[in-house]
Design a protein around this ligand. Structure first.
Ligand code: ADP
Length: 205
């Protein structure tokens, strides 16, 4: 079982790396941002509720987000674990996730933190605005998302540091190199906390 969080400012490459790491570990990458955007596109009730917040770069309210994640973590495909991308972002979400894990009697394996300087973040997101046209990639909204990250999300990492499961990784440079750093970091945390998967001999050996 591998239960991972990937944290870091908007534009730090969480989504890109989450998919790569999750593929390697054969677990689903669960991105709250992707789920919200999908629901906005499909005009679902959840999407209608979330759209205004997303466009403004604000957090979707905790009750909505927490319910969605709790529901997602009940799907069958998380039997081997999961990688949460973009959740938790508030203290209320940390508490909700703690409760979900406690109820299941499970622990998080590792919390990966992608570090990228603010100046590079703004450059990356403005460049992405040109190609992807995300409604929240305007200069003003980017700055607001970044401010929210520093005000509400960055401090949440400390709680996980106390559990000894945080790995901070340099999120600048080549995408492949960053993936390697993340995989190595997961390995190091597992070795340190005694959660490396046990390799069993095949039957008859
Ligand atoms: P980024 O990390 O670049 O801001 P995401 O795709 O992760 O992009 O999130 C886009 C938007 O979706 C956020 O600005 C917010 O409105 C909403 N969102 C995503 N995850 C959460 C969350 N955990 N809590 C509240 N809102 C969220």
């Amino acid at each position: 079982m591998t239960r991972l969080l990937i944290m870091g400012p908007p534009g730090s490459g969480k989504g890109t790396q989450a998919v790569r790491i999750a593929d390697k570990m054969a677990i689903p990458a669960i991105s709250t941002g992707d789920i919200f955007r999908y629901n906005v596109k499909e005009l679902t009730e959840l999407g209608k509720e979330a759209k205004g917040y997303i466009d403004a770069g604000d957090f979707v309210p905790d009750d909505v987000t927490n319910r969605m994640v709790a529901d997602r973590l009940n799907h069958k495909d998380v039997a081997n674990g999961f990688l949460l991308d973009g959740y938790p972002r508030t203290q209320g979400q940390v508490e909700a996730l703690n409760k979900i894990m406690d109820d299941k009697g499970e622990d998080l394996t590792a919390v990966l933190v992608l570090e990228v300087p603010d100046e590079e973040i703004v450059e990356r997101l403005l460049a992405r605005a040109e190609t992807e046209g995300r409604s929240d990639d305007t200069a003003e909204v980017i700055q607001h998302r970044l401010d929210l990250y520093h005000q509400e999300t960055a401090d949440l990492i400390e709680g996980y540091v106390e559990q000894g499961i945080v790995g901070r990784v340099d999120g600048t440079g080549a995408i492949d190199d960053i993936t390697e750093r993340l995989l190595q970091t997961i390995y190091n945390i597992r070795a340190r906390t005694g959660t490396l998967p046990v390799i069993k001999p095949r039957s008859g050996e």
